[in-house]
Design a protein around this ligand. Structure first.
Ligand SMILES: [Zn+2]
Ligand SMILES: [Zn+2]
Length: 145
């Protein structure tokens, strides 16, 4: 991302947070920047471990609160999987994921045809579709070693 784009995104983020009565604090910005820079979708613990060296006074509880504020204002999406820790995704558009069944990590996958395929799936009568998820489950490169 170019510096100019980054500044624009920062301003956009500030406004998004503002609609929820929240501020863009340095901690929130650090959490957001980390999410923007990683390829997979980390848990709150992973965000905490990665951001803490830069912000030594940061606590895990604060990271949770910051992530929730980012989710609430629509800047970040939250992925939940039953009992497993929630994961946070910088993308909020409809897209697809690969998920490792061993380490639980999640990555984006490029599958533009996904939506077209889903149009052919007809749920039972009376079922109102609200959302959908497409995931490829397997083992990642690290776990296959
Ligand atoms: Zn894995
Ligand atoms: Zn994603």
């Amino acid at each position: 991302m170019s510096v100019k784009k980054q500044i624009n995104r920062r301003e956009e983020l500030r406004q998004q947070l503002h609609t929820q009565g929240a501020q863009l604090t340095p901690q929130r910005a650090a959490v957001y920047d980390y999410l923007s820079g990683v390829e997979h979708h980390p848990t709150a613990e992973e965000v905490f471990m990665a951001v803490r060296p830069k912000l030594p006074r940061l606590s895990l509880a604060t990271v949770y609160k910051n992530l929730e504020a980012l989710v609430k204002c629509g800047a970040v999406s939250k992925l939940t999987y039953g009992d497993a820790s929630a994961r946070y995704d910088i993308r909020t558009d409809h897209h697809y994921h690969t998920r490792c069944l061993e380490c639980g990590k999640i990555w984006d996958v490029d599958a533009r045809e996904g939506f077209e395929l889903l149009k052919h799936i007809k749920p039972q009568a009376g079922f109102e579709v609200k959302d959908y998820r497409l995931e490829l489950l397997g083992r990642c490169r690290e776990c296959r070693r």
